[in-house]
Ligand binder design. Structure first.
Ligand SMILES: NC(=O)c1ccc[n+]([C@@H]2O[C@H](COP(=O)([O-])OP(=O)(O)OC[C@H]3O[C@@H](n4cnc5c(N)ncnc54)[C@H](OP(=O)(O)O)[C@@H]3O)[C@@H](O)[C@H]2O)c1
Length: 292
C-alpha cells in the first residue's frame, strides 16, 4: 500500500516545517492548482497551508468492516445498519439515543447521543474494534437565520457540526489502531444551497461539509478514508413536512454504499444533490431569482 504523501509548505520561505516534512518551493505549489494553497497576503508574504494529496489511502472494505452507525433506530440510519449487515459487515453497532427503539436483528445496540461528549466517550470505549464510522444522526428545526429561534439554530450546529466532530475525534484513534478504516458523513444537498425555512440546516450542513474536507486532510496520514454523502429529499421522518416527490431511502442507502465501495470521496446520491453542487459555480442571481 502506498503511503500518504504529506507535503507541507513552509509559511515563510526558508522556514523549517518540522521533522519528516518535505519543503516545496512556494511558487511551484501555488501554481500547481491546489485550492488549499491560498494567497492571503499576510505580512506581505504568501502563506500556504498544509496540502495533502494522498496517493494511496486504502479503499474501504465494507464486507469485513466493523461499522458503527449513529441514529440507527429509524430513517436512513436504520437502512444503513441493515444494508451493511447484508453486505457482509463483520459487526454493526446500531447506536441510538433511545436504544430500546432499535429493532434490527443481528446488530450490537449501543446508547449514543452525539451531542453529549460523555455518551460519545462511552460508545468509543465500548466499540474499540470499529473500522467504519457512519455519522448519520441529524435533525432539522426549520429555523430561519434572521427571525428564527436562536436555540434551534444552535442545536442544528450542535448536532451536525459539533456532534459529528465529537464522533470523529473520539473514533480517529480507534480507526488508526485498526488500520485506518473510513468515516462517512451524511451531509446533504443543503450543504450547498440556501432555502427559506431551512437556512439553519443549510448552515449546519455546510459546516459538516467543510468539516468533512478538513478531517479528510487531517486523517490522510493515518490512512483513514473520509467520504461525504450528498442527497436531496428522501422519504424518512426527517421529511414528514414535504408532500412532493421523494427518493426511496433503501435505494439512497444502496447508492451510498456503492459509492463507498467504489472509493468515491463525494457520494452524490441524486439529481438534487448534483444540481446543488453545480449551483456553487452559478451566479447567485440565476440560482436564487427571489434574491436577484
Ligand atoms: N431524508 C432526507 O431527505 C435527507 C436529505 C439529506 C441529508 N439527510 C441527512 O441524513 C441523515 C439521516 O436523516 P434521516 O432522513 O434518516 O432523518 P430521520 O429519519 O429524522 O432520523 C434521524 C436520526 O438521527 C437521530 N438523532 C438526531 N439527533 C441525534 C443525536 N443528538 N444523537 C444521536 N442520534 C440523533 C434520530 O434519533 P431519534 O429517533 O432519537 O430522534 C434518528 O435516529 C441526517 O444527517 C440528515 O441531515 C437526510
Amino acid at each position: 500500500m502506498q503511503q500518504a504523501l504529506l507535503l507541507v509548505v513552509a509559511q515563510r520561505a526558508g522556514a523549517d516545517p518540522g521533522p519528516g516534512s518535505q519543503v516545496a518551493d512556494v511558487d511551484h505549489v501555488a501554481s500547481s492548482g491546489f485550492p488549499a494553497c491560498l494567497d492571503v497576503g499576510v505580512n506581505s508574504y504568501r502563506r500556504c497551508f498544509e496540502i495533502a494529496y494522498y496517493v494511496g489511502v486504502a479503499p474501504m472494505d465494507v464486507k469485513n468492516s466493523v461499522a458503527l452507525v449513529t441514529g440507527a433506530n429509524r430513517g436512513l440510519g436504520r437502512h444503513l445498519a441493515q444494508q451493511l449487515l447484508e453486505r457482509g459487515a463483520a459487526k454493526v453497532y446500531a447506536t441510538a439515543r433511545r436504544p430500546e427503539l432499535v429493532d434490527l436483528p443481528g446488530v450490537e445496540v449501543l446508547r449514543l447521543d452525539i451531542t453529549e461528549p460523555e455518551s460519545v466517550a462511552q460508545a468509543a470505549a465500548a466499540a474499540q474494534d470499529v473500522t467504519l464510522l457512519v455519522n448519520n444522526a441529524g435533525i432539522t428545526t426549520f429555523a430561519d437565520l434572521v427571525t428564527g429561534d436562536k436555540a434551534a439554530i444552535r442545536l442544528e450546529l450542535e448536532t451536525a457540526f459539533w456532534g459529528t466532530l465529537e464522533m470523529v475525534r473520539a473514533f480517529a484513534p480507534i480507526l488508526e489502531a485498526n488500520g485506518g478504516g473510513a468515516i462517512v458523513n451524511l451531509n446533504s444537498a443543503m450543504s450547498w444551497v440556501a432555502a427559506d425555512r431551512a437556512n439553519a440546516y443549510h448552515v449546519a450542513k455546510a459546516a459538516q461539509w467543510a468539516l468533512t474536507g478538513g478531517v479528510r486532510l487531517e486523517l490522510a496520514p493515518q490512512n483513514t478514508r473520509v467520504a461525504g454523502v450528498y442527497l436531496g429529499m428522501t422519504d424518512t421522518g426527517h421529511q414528514q413536512w414535504w408532500d412532493g416527490p421523494m427518493g426511496d431511502p433503501a435505494v439512497a442507502v444502496r447508492t451510498m454504499l456503492d459509492g463507498l465501495e467504489a472509493d468515491q470521496l463525494e457520494i452524490i446520491v441524486d439529481d438534487l444533490a448534483a444540481g446543488a453542487k453545480a449551483a456553487l459555480s452559478a451566479d447567485p442571481r440565476d440560482f436564487y431569482p427571489a434574491a436577484a
